[in-house]
Design a protein. Structure first.
Length: 453
């Protein structure tokens, strides 16, 4: 919540599609502005693409687990999991390209499924599962990681709590397509963390109470939550229905992730920071979307499927980069806001969503401390002793992504990258234009361009 509130305040001041790297460009003082903005943008694009791949990968493999559940003769193969992953990506890409008009209805449907699935699963587990004791759920500590220190083991385990909350910056990358973005973007960011945090906590507690009779270490389906469903209901049909709810949410996250990451890439290309920036910044006149950016994002995610086919350790390392990438892209603007922006911005330059001077400093500090802690421990191996198979290679993957980006910056991008001119007064004028566009659309008055254009 500290991170979401901190980012929400900055998004309210600078509601632009570039998000984090635009905020750094606005808040970073001195000659380092160009480098800081570029690095933030490069990290943000990579992190979002990887996070979206994670959602699609989860949906694909969970679908494969359902086939195992319902067909005793089925032997899951790696290439089949890759095809299911590709299928989720293809569906999400098609909706992002040809289904923009129905996207609001798709999002509402996803929200209904999210809430209905949450209530249905909790009610089923509460009524049918054999319960363990509160001692086990709240007080017992099991360290099966191999680390001698329970504290380190617990801190490494934070990763499983962090991952579901990643990506709430997605709303800010749609700011140039939303009415009243100074208000609605922070509302979406903070609201998503709060609502899903409360729901997630309730879900985890019920899941733990229901896991008493389940051998999670040897879950035959590969996903412990599915095994808990099966042990609670003793029904393949019931387990399938509940699991499908979870899979549909992962598919919805993939759809939203492609939309968000493509807008970030489009904005980054618009500022001439990427290879082939002319193509990636192009808006399709017919579809009124950054078509080339959408295709590029999905193509990169398709390529990741081949890595999974060849080596799942390497693929897992790539997916784990999402935490480092996105949290770094969140951390940099928060730090610049804390040490520079908060002391120099005038009252009239703040947006609709404002934390206040002292509360803002406290929330920025707490959020920064949290992100630094998570980034450090996300680099640790999850189990000991460390082998080539269980080693955490996320720093290698992240390092490779950064080396490539910095080399491109040194030899090409720094000569053409146009640091975005992000000024709160200019943004206010843009918001007025967007509001006028929305009113014209609702009134049926013909317009010559979309807000994105």
């Amino acid at each position: 919540m500290c991170v979401a509130l901190s980012l929400g305040e900055i998004a309210s001041i600078y509601p632009t599609a570039g998000g984090q790297y635009h905020w750094v460009a606005a808040l970073c003082p001195g000659p380092s502005k160009m480098t800081a903005a570029y690095v933030t943008g490069w990290i943000s694009v990579g992190g979002q693409i990887i996070l979206t791949s994670s959602a699609a990968f989860a949906a694909g493999l969970q679908t494969q687990a359902l086939i195992v559940l319902n067909d005793d003769s089925y032997m899951p193969l790696r290439w089949q999991g890759m095809l299911l992953y590709w299928g989720v990506l293809a569906y999400a890409a098609t909706l992002n390209i040809y289904g923009m008009r129905v996207m609001p209805h798709v999002n509402i449907l996803a929200g209904v499924i999210h809430v209905a699935g949450f209530v249905g699963i909790l009610a089923t587990l509460a009524a049918m599962a054999k319960k363990t004791t509160s001692q086990v759920v709240f007080l017992d500590f099991v360290n099966s990681s191999g680390w001698d220190s329970d504290g380190i083991s617990w801190l490494i385990g934070l990763v499983s709590a962090v991952y579901p909350f990643l990506g709430y910056d997605a709303a800010c990358h749609l700011a140039e397509e939303l009415p009243q973005p100074s208000r609605n973007v922070p509302l979406a960011m903070v609201g998503s963390v709060f609502v899903n945090g409360v729901m997630g906590l309730a879900y985890v507690i019920v899941l733990l109470y229901s896991a008493g009779s389940t051998d999670l270490a040897n879950a035959s389906l590969g996903f412990p939550f599915m095994q808990i469903y099966l042990d609670a209901t003793n029904s393949r049909v019931g387990t399938t229905i509940m699991s499908v709810m979870v899979i549909l949410i992962a598919v919805a996250a993939t759809i939203a992730g492609i939309m968000s990451s493509s807008r970030t890439l489009w904005a980054f290309a618009r500022d001439r920071a990427t290879p082939y920036h002319e193509d990636l910044s192009h808006i399709s006149p017919r579809l009124q979307i950054p078509l080339n950016a959408v295709i590029a994002v999905v193509a990169l995610q398709f390529v990741l499927g081949f890595i999974y086919l060849g080596n799942d350790t390497a693929f897992t390392a790539i997916l784990s980069m999402a935490i480092i990438g996105l949290y770094l892209s969140y951390l940099l603007p928060v730090l610049y806001m804390l040490f520079h922006g908060r002391w120099n911005l005038q009252p009239h330059q703040y947006g609709t969503f404002r934390l206040g001077f002292v509360p803002g400093i406290m929330l920025n500090l707490l959020g920064a401390m949290w992100m630094i802690t998570v980034i450090i421990f996300s680099l640790f191996p999850t189990t000991m002793p460390v082998t080539a198979k269980n080693m955490n290679y996320s720093i290698v993957v992240f390092g490779g992504w950064m080396v490539f980006g910095l080399l491109y910056y040194a030899f090409r991008a720094r000569h053409k990258f146009q640091v975005p001119l992000v000024d709160s007064d200019v943004i206010s004028g843009m918001e007025t234009h967007l509001d006028e566009f929305e009113k014209s659309e609702r009134a049926g008055i013909p317009t010559t361009c979309s807000p994105l254009t």
